[in-house]
Design a protein around this ligand. Structure first.
Ligand code: GDP
Length: 490
């Protein structure tokens, strides 16, 4: 299958005032692509520059809130993050926050140390300090044995910026950013508004496929027919291919930022797929239930970036309340021996979509007892994972009550605390157990044991038939007649 590269989509994150906007402005002004448009001011929240004949798309909506908003809606928008750190300030709270977002988004990172032109900054000392601060955050640059590029730049003098753009190209190439233009578009809304004259306006960053004028689209539940499209310089365009940001007119309502275009991809894939493949004898659920699985680690291999992302996005929904699915890695191509090795070492399952399992990988998987499943229909894949996750959550909700006691007395303790005098009715209560204090059938509080005494002696465990004194952590305003239960989650 032909693999089409597309320009990398880059986002710039970092602490406030560390130079995100200035860097974006500098890159835009100095870029050939922008100059060709006669320096027309940018209209939308993303632009493209040309560097050494190749395009790079920058999202010009710096700010973690925007990034987070898109992520929380399940939209993966950037391929590469540039983390900006000012040479004089070093790592600051929002830098740390940005690192967290980047790690969660699982996208490659390039560090750009800005403001290196500032007078009065001992650059050598500061660069060393920043490298050390980064290593404390587990971001290892090359000198420290890692592979994170580290590039000092100035958006005032332009020093280092060419190198930064070059590095973006290198990272893009290493990560094989693909997007086939010969499909209906998938993309993400990066900004949207209601214009008095033009109606609902949305800027869509196309990731794969091509968006065409006149097309019917569905974005985050909002329908529309594309009446007109404008590129980042305000020029009317007929179509927009992978990695292109366009302003779209013709939506029936204003779609949310982060809304995804091409959610229908699963249906598309269903038509393309071969449902006769991908069914196994024993269900994934059964296999996983045999193990004590609390987090389902998954390695995904897919035929194209679009399907990989559709799968990743769909799986992300399982992590809304608590993290249950961990995508250890996602890539394109057939399932190989190294995928099985990785799966074995981290106890993951391997899920393939429209790919084959290399014979050597199949053998190894059998030997190492690694579960491999291949699907040709995304919804089937998701449905099976859904079953597994539901199973896991149910298991997580099961509790075993280990002991039950009634509070039959209370004694003051210290200035503000009190001891619950308890009579053990059933089972045992021991230090380390989770406890809850109950009134009728209501849970008053979930607590831990701060002190557990039998007569005057501190003990680790009390059993049915004996009396004890418990101090709860945190404090609980209990009454005589309340109950204490010890339990564990299984
Ligand atoms: P943002 O909040 O991260 O977008 O930061 P800005 O781009 O608004 O920059 C904050 C301040 O730092 C502004 O006053 C900029 O002029 C200044 N600044 C940004 N980059 C550089 C640089 O490379 N060199 C110098 N000397 N100042 C810079």
């Amino acid at each position: 299958m032909a693999q089409h590269s597309r320009p990398p989509i880059v986002t710039i994150l970092g602490h406030v005032d560390h130079g995100k906007t200035t860097l974006l402005d500098y890159i835009r002004k100095s870029s050939v692509a922008a100059k060709e448009h006669g320096g027309i001011t940018q209209h939308i929240g993303a632009y493209q520059v040309e560097h050494d004949g190749k395009l790079i798309t920058f999202i010009d909506t710096p700010g973690h809130a925007a990034f987070e908003k898109m992520r929380s809606r399940g939209a993966k928008v950037a391929d590469i993050a540039v983390l900006v750190i000012a040479a004089d300030d070093g790592v600051m709270p929002q830098t740390t926050e940005a690192i967290k977002h980047i790690k969660e988004a699982k996208i490659p990172l390039i560090v750009a140390v800005t403001k290196i032109d500032l007078p009065g900054v001992d650059l050598k000392v500061q660069l060393e300090r920043i490298k050390k601060q980064l290593s404390d955050q587990e971001i290892l640059i090359e000198e420290y044995g890692g592979d994170t590029p580290f590039i000092p730049v100035s958006a005032k003098t332009g020093e280092g910026i060419d190198k930064l753009l070059e590095m973006i190209e290198v990272v893009a190439e290493l990560n094989e950013i693909k997007g086939d233009p010969n499909f209906p578009a998938t993309g993400v809304v990066i900004e949207s508004s209601l214009d008095k004259f033009r109606g609902a306006v949305a800027t869509i960053l196309v990731r794969t496929g091509t968006l065409k004028k006149g097309e019917q689209i569905l974005v985050g539940g909002v329908k529309g027919k594309i009446r007109g499209m404008f590129d980042y310089s305000g020029k009317l365009v007929e179509s927009a291919g992978p990695s292109t940001p366009v302003e779209v007119l013709g939506m029936e309502a204003v779609p949310a930022v982060g809304a995804v275009l091409g959610e229908e991809i699963s249906k598309q894939a269903r038509l393309d797929g071969h449902p006769e493949l991908g069914s196994g004898s024993q269900s994934l659920v059964d296999k996983l239930r045999q193990g004590d699985v609390k987090i389902l680690k998954i390695i995904i291999k897919a035929d194209k970036q679009g399907s990989l992302e559709a799968i990743e996005d769909a799986l992300e929904k399982f992590n809304q309340e608590i993290a249950v699915v961990d995508i250890v890695s996602g890539g394109m191509g057939d399932i190989s021996e190294s995928d099985i090795k990785l799966a074995f070492s981290v106890r993951a399952i391997v899920v393939g979509f429209n790919v084959k399992v290399a014979p050597a990988a199949e053998k190894l998987a059998e030997v190492e007892q690694v579960l491999v499943r291949v699907y040709n229909v995304i919804y089937e894949l998701i449905e099976e994972i859904e079953d597994v996750v539901e199973g896991m959550l149910k298991v997580g909700q099961l509790e075993e009550v280990l002991g039950r006691a009634e509070i039959i007395a209370e004694f003051p303790f210290g200035k503000a605390e009190k001891i619950a005098g308890c009579r053990m009715l059933e089972g045992a209560i021991a230090k380390g157990h989770k406890l809850r204090v109950m009134r009728d059938s209501q849970i008053l509080a979930e607590v831990k044991i701060k002190s557990l005494k039998k007569v005057k002696e501190e003990v680790n465990r009390v059993e049915k038939g004996s009396d004890c004194g418990i101090i709860f952590d945190p404090k609980v305003d209990f009454h005589i007649g309340d109950f204490v239960e010890s339990f564990r989650v299984i």
